[in-house]
Design a protein around this ligand. Structure first.
Ligand SMILES: Nc1ncnc2c1ncn2[C@@H]1O[C@H](COP(=O)(O)OP(=O)(O)OP(=O)(O)O)[C@@H](O)[C@H]1O
Ligand SMILES: [Mg+2]
Length: 418
């Protein structure tokens, strides 16, 4: 009790003079006012009561100020964490001073273990700064700098922005690093380029195919007529058989080109159950499956809703993918066909996965191009995937490929459910 009394007394002594000197208290907390010492014992009752009132007021003001500061801190931290993209404050030597929750999420680290680490270690799991990182440029040039990072961060593409931060003396002390996930943007850009390419080739191919189709029909018809009139086994007969084979193959390619350039009408579409369609396609690849010793497995989810499509066209897509998968496994392997329903996106997903030769990046980037093939001449036209791409597109879907050389490939189709 006496201790408390002494403390209170000292506190009162410490603040009484400035308080007494202020008839209206104004919160200049940093300003020391030199006022003459007044002994407490000499104060009247009225003065003591006024001193107490002023003391209370001052304490309330201090409390309010603390509240404002902590509210500001809370708002700032919450805003920082509410940003869905990674944001960090980084020193010139790449040390993280602060980071938001999105940084920890993308970097797959606990938020409490991010500060003090190098940004490229916690965020990109690298030992060296990210390729094209704009931090040094922003700090060197003293202005905002941004760049598309040359390396992926956990399979995603990011654009990094670096804003220099100055201290109160104008000295550059750190930078705000802000990262934008541009994976989807890049995918869409590539898709637009691909579509434009396809549309141009589609028109050209369609036109040429139309022109070639009729004379080709004539060649075939006349060859067959001549075959009937020619003695079997003769040299001319064998030559005519060759012509017939070549012309039939040309007709097949022309038909594929016509299919490729054809745009289906919406009214031709009807609800299609992909599980049933996939099972219908299997007999067509049965020969390859048996001869190449492939283990075909299905994992078809029973709750997959129907999609709007032209059944025959979609069947052609599945057949192309399964045939390609078989050709990628000349020494056998596993072919897994699976379906599932992505409830959140409202999409039906169909995946055709093989354990075949896989593809390097340069081939993977070109597989949907018309006439792109790595097969020997006469073995493939390179139209299978470009036609599939077009068919999936006309059903408002998407087709993607994931492949690793020597390990296999997965083609995934996404179609909106009805
Ligand atoms: N599952 C796969 N594994 C590895 N490479 C593949 C796979 N699917 C496609 N490819 C590659 O993509 C290329 C293009 O495929 P696409 O189906 O368009 O034509 P193609 O099979 O060569 O000929 P076709 O017109 O007869 O189908 C193939 O030549 C092959 O290099
Ligand atoms: Mg093919």
């Amino acid at each position: 009790m006496p201790g408390r009394f002494i403390l209170t007394f000292l506190a009162i002594q410490h603040v009484k003079n400035p308080l007494l000197s202020q008839s209206v208290a104004t919160p200049h907390f940093t300003q020391e006012e030199k006022t003459p010492e007044v002994s407490l014992s000499r104060l009247s009752k009225g003065e003591l009561s006024s001193l107490c009132k002023n003391l209370h007021k001052k304490v309330r003001e201090l409390e309010n100020l603390v509240q404002v500061v902590s509210r500001g801190k809370y708002t700032w931290e919450s805003t920082f964490d509410a940003i869905a993209e990674p944001v960090m404050i980084v020193s010139p030597d790449y040390k993280v001073e602060r980071a938001n929750i999105a940084t920890a999420r993308v970097g797959k680290r606990e938020i409490t273990k991010v500060a003090g680490q190098k940004c490229f270690e916690v965020f990109a799991h690298r030992n060296t700064p990210c390729e094209n990182c704009p931090l040094t440029k922003a700090i060197g040039g003293g202005e905002l700098s941004r760049a598309h990072l040359g390396n992926k961060i956990h399979t995603k593409d990011f654009e990094a922005h670096a804003y220099p931060l100055y201290d109160e003396k104008g000295k550059l002390e750190s930078a705000v690093m802000y990262y934008r996930d541009i994976t989807e943007e890049i995918r869409l850009k590539e898709e637009v380029i691909q579509q434009e390419k396809m549309a141009a080739i589609g028109m050209l191919a369609g036109g040429v195919a139309h022109e070639v189709n009729n004379p080709l029909g004539g060649v075939l018809a006349f060859t067959q007529l001549l075959l009937q009139k020619t003695e079997k086994g003769s040299e001319t007969y064998e030559d005519l058989v060759e012509i017939e084979h070549a012309a039939t193959r040309c007709k097949k390619i022309v038909q594929e080109l016509l299919d490729f350039s054809r745009i289906s009408k919406d009214r031709e579409k009807c609800p299609v159950y992909v599980n049933m369609l996939l099972e219908k396609v299997t007999p067509f690849v049965q020969m390859e499956i048996r001869s190449l010793n492939i283990d075909l497995q299905f994992d078809l989810s029973p709750d997959v809703p129907p999609v709007m499509a032209i059944s025959n066209r979609l069947q052609q897509v599945f057949l192309n993918l399964m045939t390609n998968a078989c050709h990628a496994m000349p020494h056998g392997g596993k072919l897994l066909v699976s379906t599932r329903f992505d409830k959140k996106a409202g999409d039906v997903l169909i995946a055709v996965k093989d354990t075949g030769v896989g593809m390097p990046k340069e081939i993977k980037e070109r597989v949907f191009e018309p006439f792109f093939t790595t097969k020997d001449p006469g073995k493939g036209t390179g139209l299978g995937l470009s036609i599939s791409f077009r068919i999936v597109k006309e059903n408002n879907g998407r087709i993607e490929v994931d492949s690793h050389e020597g390990k296999g490939s997965t083609f995934t189709i996404r179609l909106p459910a009805i």
